[in-house]
Design a protein around this ligand. Structure first.
Ligand code: MG
Length: 390
């Protein structure tokens, strides 16, 4: 059974009250849309991920989803229903058996919820996650007077991802279009209208839809609470000066009367930073992951090593919270490059420059650094992980 996911992100999210649509807002440093898409992109039972976006958001989308394995996005329509239809039509060429439709504004759905959705559709045309109600529910008249108390045992609130046979969903969308109906608030409602039987499987209380600024505040607090495993890692690196007219430091090319020798580009700053992050993860060291004996890393740009370390943090659903680097050398002078270097490292690591510190000192002409034979960098990384991470 081949399975595709459609992630609907075409809304303008005006209710969240900010300059960019809500799906592009960050929660504890992670953009909502990236969280939602990476759930599906990383899920072993999902073969294809189709995003539906607003045409005005293409640049935002590309920046937010760099490095994720996704189909090219398609442009949505004026309603949610039209946007899902655009995603379904784009997927039709790939002919997956099953499609899961998910709202980008629900970034906290878990991988096991996705698995449950796929299991539930195995013997159904449509299956949606639902929760029973804790509160008593009243039906009211237009004046706000209670008409009756409903039997909450018979009620469910439903979420996404909703699972459908692709051909059945495509057919229902085509029929709704032909009937002039464009007001279905979810795909399950459209399938009910089309006469399909819709199964319910257990949803997740944490799988909330982010709508108001308050939702975002609560979500950020929850995310930071989740990242309760705060780890500090240390990194240290030395490279000797050799021939050359520049050094690479923190991903910057800095003109100097000598170069640094090494197998890669000998960027001591990034090497120390990578070891600090790997140390926080207790995941080996840079020499283990990128052995100098491997010809692939000859002359390699060290930003590649930092990107790899960051992807290891992400794979464990964590974040790099802070990186503090001390450079020890008599020359070149670091001060003039400090802020650009912070910007550069922040860009490679995908975090805010305010979370990167660069400090420099000399060794008072003592030792190999004092004799200008080589330079040293030391780094401390603060990494936050969910306590339950492997
Ligand atoms: Mg090194």
């Amino acid at each position: 059974m081949s399975v595709a996911a459609i992630v609907v992100a075409a809304g303008r999210g005006l209710r969240a009250g900010a300059a960019v649509p809500k799906q592009y807002h960050a929660i504890a440093g992670d953009q909502v849309i990236r969280l939602s898409l990476s759930l599906f992109a990383a899920h072993p039972r999902i073969d294809l991920v189709q995003s539906v976006i607003n045409g005005d958001d293409l640049d935002l989308f590309q920046a937010a989803t760099a490095g994720l394995s996704l189909l090219p996005p398609v442009t949505g329509g004026a309603t949610r229903q039209a946007s899902v239809r655009a995603g379904v039509e784009a997927l039709a060429a790939h002919a997956p058996d099953v499609v899961l439709v998910h709202d980008a504004a629900r970034p906290f759905a878990s991988a096991s919820l996705v698995t449950r959705a796929i299991d539930a559709i195995a013997d159904a045309q449509a299956a949606v996650p639902g929760l029973s109600l804790a509160d008593t529910v009243k039906r009211v008249d237009p004046e706000g007077r209670v008409v009756e108390t409903l039997n909450r045992d018979a009620l469910r609130t439903v979420q996404t991802p909703q699972a459908f046979r692709l051909t059945a969903l495509r057919d229902a969308h085509a029929r709704a279009l032909a009937a002039g109906r464009d007001d279905f608030s979810d795909d399950a409602a459209l399938m009910e209208w089309a006469g399909a039987s819709v199964a319910i499987f257990p949803g997740e209380p944490g799988n909330v839809k982010l709508t108001t600024p308050d939702d975002f505040l609560r979500a950020e607090r929850a995310r930071m609470a989740e990242l309760g495993d705060v780890r500090i890692g240390a990194g240290y690196d030395v490279h000797a000066f050799g021939d050359g007219d520049h050094v690479m430091l923190g991903g910057l090319r800095i003109a100097h009367e000598r170069g640094l020798s090494g197998h890669s580009d000998a960027d001591v700053v990034l090497h120390a930073a990578v070891d600090a992050i790997l140390g926080a993860l207790a995941d080996g060291d840079i020499g283990e992951h990128f052995p100098p004996s491997d010809p692939r890393w000859r002359g390699a740009a060290s930003e590649l090593f930092l990107r790899d370390a960051i992807s290891r943090v992400k794979a464990r659903r964590g974040m790099l919270a802070h990186l503090d680097v001390t450079i020890v050398c008599e020359a070149p002078r670091i001060g003039p490059h400090r802020d650009v270097m912070r910007q550069r490292i922040a860009e490679i690591a995908g975090i805010d420059p305010s979370r990167i510190a660069i400090k420099a000192t000399t060794s008072e002409r003592l030792g190999f650094m004092g004799r200008r034979e080589g330079m040293v960098a030391m780094a401390t990384a603060t990494v936050r992980l969910p306590w339950s991470a492997p």
